[in-house]
Design a protein around this ligand. Structure first.
Ligand SMILES: [Zn+2]
Length: 203
């Protein structure tokens, strides 16, 4: 049976904070008029226009912990006490790896930290890419959000990948069958699909 270790060991998204206060919005408008590219600022060691020097969090919850004493959060918009407002930007692993250079000219806490993170994530990506080949699933299938709730397939032992893009949610594992459910309107993400999947594994 598969251990599904690769499934559990890592986050797949990387979160950083982008400044979005009134001044930066006004600057965007000026950039528009003159056809100058937008300059985006991220929270890193102070503010930085270089995303590779941003501070990255592993999920929205840890951002929440970070800003808890520093900010007010309303609908994903974070307002720090000095009136600087940030929005959360999400990168997937590929986007994160692409934005971090192999070496930095700047040496600060975040350049060192992001290089270490890049090394770790590159290593994990190699492992995951090998593990992913066990699935009979197109590239549209992604990891479930809460793998701990899913029972591994009773035949191939894999926790499934899922596709949730259309009105139908479906699973894919190493076998040829797939569980499909209509995307529920009011239930939590994946809930209905997970219930049907687990039911089938118990039978
Ligand atoms: Zn299977």
């Amino acid at each position: 049976m598969e251990t599904n270790k690769e499934y559990f060991s890592k986050r797949d998204n990387f979160y950083c904070l982008v400044i979005t206060d009134v001044v930066s919005r006004r600057d965007d408008k000026i950039s528009d008029i003159f056809g100058i590219p937008y300059k985006t600022f991220y929270l890193g060691d102070g503010l930085t226009s270089d995303i590779s020097l941003a501070r990255f969090w592993k999920d929205i919850y840890t951002i929440g912990q970070y800003v808890a004493n520093r900010a007010v959060v309303i609908n994903d918009i974070i307002s720090l006490k000095n009136d600087v407002i940030f929005e959360i930007k999400v990168l997937n692993r590929e986007e994160f790896l692409d934005c971090i250079p192999d070496e930095y000219e700047v040496n600060n806490y975040f350049s060192i930290r992001n290089l270490k993170l890049k090394a770790k994530e590159t290593k994990y990506k190699r492992k995951w890419d090998i593990f992913r080949k066990k699935y009979k699933a197109s590239v549209d299938y992604v990891k479930v959000i809460n793998p701990h709730y899913w029972i591994p397939c009773k035949i191939c032992g894999l926790i499934p990948l899922i596709s949730t893009d259309n009105d139908i949610e479906s699973t894919a594992c190493g076998c040829d069958y797939s569980i499909k459910v209509e995307k529920p309107k009011n239930q939590g993400h994946e809930y209905s699909l997970c219930t049907s999947w687990n039911y089938k594994q118990r039978k």
